[in-house]
Design a protein around this ligand. Structure first.
Ligand SMILES: Nc1ncnc2c1ncn2[C@@H]1O[C@H](COP(=O)(O)OP(=O)(O)OP(=O)(O)O)[C@@H](O)[C@H]1O
Length: 267
């Protein structure tokens, strides 16, 4: 469907687990990067993590994805993260990282199919359902047309849409994305937000680290970070959320409503 917007048609997700992090401290090198915080992304909701450079957004997302050790607890449905078999966990929590390394020689289709690995028995070929799910995810992100091209031959935005298709193909209840809008042009940024809305409508929990405040202000909850701490959590229309944004960005924003939607302009 050339030229069509990324489709946000309904998907059926697996069970949506309760993910919860209670962190006391996280250090990288000899620096404490995150300070005590708790985050429990709600099902049926899109949570956007925002804050200035170096606030600790990516580190928090990596911690909640089980990718970084820290002092504290990470649980899925009340059970410690490491008590889950890795494959069962991978079916429930999908991850799209920032500037992700991937096998550049693989085709876009094969990359997206990697999202189905947690569902496949060891060494089993992909099933018809796996192929259908991958096609759906690639059509959603409008990456189907270059399915036979090597990942390494794609532009930054095209590549990002393939990696997004891989994450969507997992059909996990929880979807964690670090700067998912990197390289996406404005229409595809809007389409990404529509896909997120579709996941939320299906019951999913979506957590994204975003620099694009205008997109973040469309989320259900904003988690505002500064200096390795969560300084505020609230709805995008809440004046307290606007105050928190102004504080962490040194009052260099104009936050206003345009056609019923909150937007943030640089000063
Ligand atoms: N390997 C490391 N060793 C020491 N400090 C690190 C390391 N990696 C990151 N940091 C520091 O941790 C802090 C948080 O980094 P993080 O990438 O989580 O911030 P961020 O909010 O995602 O920033 P940005 O908006 O710039 O992407 C930063 O001050 C960063 O310099």
């Amino acid at each position: 469907m050339p030229g069509a917007a990324m489709a946000a048609d309904a998907v059926t997700l697996g069970p949506v687990p309760a993910l919860r992090i209670e962190l006391q401290a996280l250090s990288l090198g000899h620096r404490q990067v995150l300070h005590p915080l708790t985050l429990a992304p709600a099902p049926r909701a899109w949570t956007a993590i925002v804050g200035p450079n170096g606030a600790g957004k990516s580190t928090l997302l990596r911690a909640i994805a089980g990718l970084l050790p820290f002092d504290g607890t990470l649980t899925l449905d009340g059970k410690p993260w490491h008590a889950w078999p890795a494959k069962a966990r991978a079916r429930q929590v999908a991850w799209l990282g920032q500037n992700e390394a991937a096998s550049e020689d693989l085709t876009a289709y094969d990359i997206a199919m990697l999202g189905r690995l947690p569902h496949q028995p060891w060494l089993a070929p992909a099933s018809a359902a796996d192929h259908a799910t991958v096609e759906h995810a690639m059509r959603q992100t409008q990456s189907w047309d270059w399915r036979d091209r090597a990942l390494g031959s794609l532009s930054g935005g095209e590549r990002q849409r393939v990696l997004l298709a891989r994450a969507l193909a997992v059909r996990s209840g929880v979807l964690l994305m670090d700067e998912p809008l990197a390289h996406l042009d404005p229409p595809h940024q809007s389409d990404w937000a529509r896909i997120v809305r579709g996941r939320v409508a299906a019951g999913g929990a979506v957590v994204s680290v975003l620099h694009e405040l205008n997109v973040a202000l469309q989320a259900d909850t904003l988690v505002v970070m500064d200096g390795g701490r969560i300084v505020h959590q609230g709805a995008p229309h809440d004046p307290a959320t606007h105050d928190a944004l102004q504080r962490v960005f040194h009052h260099r924003l104009l936050i206003l409503q345009v056609q019923g939607r909150w937007v943030a302009l640089n000063e």
